[in-house]
Design a binder for this molecule. Structure first.
Ligand code: GDP
Ligand code: MG
Length: 443
């Protein structure tokens, strides 16, 4: 997701060197490059200008927090600006106080409407709601069939057009009868799309919307389309009225442009994102999470907060250095275990480091944490020399360490092996931008 833009940000930030204040020319150059990167990612000019101006205000002559390097400062401010542009808070689907909540989905052909109708149905069904779907895209026979099949997959009933019905609005009495009889709480309506906006489509949608009076009118947009979707959204909003947006296909070669622009241009929130073809690939839209993905940093916000509470900058710096240089000794290993324990569970930490989730999947975290305690005991029973040069730990030393730590030789062997494994594991977890990612999380 957003690979293009996050790679550009990575290149731009890499160029910022030095420890002290950002110089004026550094700020100017960095902002210029960020500006170009955003424009190339198809972000609306107006939004780019606002973002860059806001960043300039924060960065020019800014007192850089003692604990932060210039790169970290730029990264943090960029992240915060993007979160702000995306809308700060998650925006929920509003449920009607009097059921059913009617959700009306619109969009151009191929944007992902029908799929999203089923995804939303699945989403509400998962939370225990009684859901009904309506196949009222009568432009294409295949669309009705598609929703019927999806309905079977997610276990949600679908209202199909009766024979002779050709206009979506003629389905209304039947739909209404069904939701009353079935006591449905959420009714989701699929509609027809066109390859581009045309008057007939708009007129039909307008009438249909007036008839259903939906609680939520949502526009489905293909995230691969870029800038064009901002214009589509403006047209739909002016002619029909929108409550929010859903971007689909973020699993593909998504362009960040439209997503970054739409809120400022339209003033309407993004409510969900689609991240795959399957019906469970729908996520609520969290501005902070999407912002971290846009700048390619994993869930930095959460880790920034944690690190601020738990670890001193020196602790964390040491950890980053040792891990990345692969020079850890048992003393470092011990430090590292303790630092991690201070920061939270290993599981939490690994989920926040970009690239480390693959490692996480392979480990059982409950066991890992128990082992960390036992490992600590074993390391504490080693001499200084043994900790620095683990290769000298022979059979008799192993026996001594085992009895010193109240464990067995098998456990000591295991710790020695584990030490090697952790070295390897951390090396994999810290692929290309991992080091900077870790640094950016420092308090
Ligand atoms: P509609 O014409 O707007 O109803 O669009 P469809 O729901 O029929 O979707 C068009 C195509 O996009 C189908 O092949 C879907 O499987 C695909 N699609 C929809 N949403 C997503 C998504 O989030 N990710 C991916 N990869 N494909 C999607
Ligand atoms: Mg469709």
């Amino acid at each position: 997701m957003f690979e293009g833009l996050s790679q550009r940000f990575d290149q731009i930030l890499r160029k910022i060197t030095g420890k002290g204040l950002l110089t004026e020319s550094q700020v100017a150059e960095t902002l210029q490059e960020i500006r170009i990167a955003l424009l190339e990612a198809d972000v609306t000019l107006d939004v780019v200008t606002k973002l860059v101006d806001a960043l300039r205000q924060k960065l020019v002559g800014a007192e850089i927090a003692k604990a932060m390097t210039p790169v970290e400062t730029v990264l943090k401010e960029l992240y915060l600006e993007i979160v702000r542009i995306l809308g700060e808070n998650k925006s929920n689907i509003q449920l009607s106080s009097k059921p059913p909540t009617i959700i009306f989905l619109m969009g151009l052909q191929g944007s992902g409407k029908t799929t999203t109708v089923a995804k939303l149905a699945y989403h509400f069904r998962q939370s225990g709601k009684r859901v009904l779907m309506v196949a009222s895209d009568l432009q294409r026979l295949a669309a009705v069939e598609q929703l019927k099949v999806l309905g079977e997959q997610v276990g949600v009933p679908v209202v199909l057009p009766k024979e002779n019905v050709t206009r979506p609005k003629d389905m209304y009495p039947d739909v209404r009868r069904r939701w009353i009889e079935g006591m449905h709480e959420v009714v989701i309506i699929d509609t027809a799309g066109r390859l581009s906006i045309d008057e007939d489509l708009m007129q039909e949608l307008k009438e249909l919307k007036a008839l259903y009076n939906p609680k939520e009118s949502l526009l489905v947009l293909d995230a691969m389309t870029g800038q064009e979707s901002v214009r589509v959204a403006q047209a739909f909003d002016q002619k029909i009225g929108l409550d929010g947006l859903i971007f689909t296909k973020l699993d593909g070669d998504a362009r960040a442009g439209a997503i970054l622009s739409i809120r400022s241009v339209l003033g309407k929130p993004i409510k969900f994102i689609g991240t795959g073809e399957k019906t469970d690939r729908l996520e609520p839209f969290y501005p902070d999470r999407v912002a971290s993905r846009i700048i390619g940093m994993g869930d930095i916000q959460t880790l920034i907060e944690k690190a601020q509470h738990a670890v001193t900058k020196e602790d964390a710096e040491k950890m980053v250095n040792r891990v990345t240089k692969n020079q850890i000794t048992f003393d470092d290993f011990l430090d590292q275990i303790r630092t991690m324990r201070k920061m939270g569970s290993v599981n939490d930490i690994l989920s926040m480091i970009p690239g480390a989730s693959s490692v996480k999947d392979k480990l059982d975290m409950g066991v890992v944490e128990k082992e960390m305690k036992r490992t600590e005991a074993v390391i504490l029973s080693m001499t200084k020399k043994e900790r620095n040069s683990p290769e000298i730990i022979d059979g008799s030393r192993r026996r001594r360490i085992a009895s010193g730590s109240g464990t067995t030789v098998q456990v000591v062997n295991q710790v020695l092996r584990q030490f090697e494994q952790v070295r390897k594991m951390m090396r994999t977890a810290l692929k290309p931008n991992g080091k900077r990612a870790l640094r950016s999380m420092l308090p």
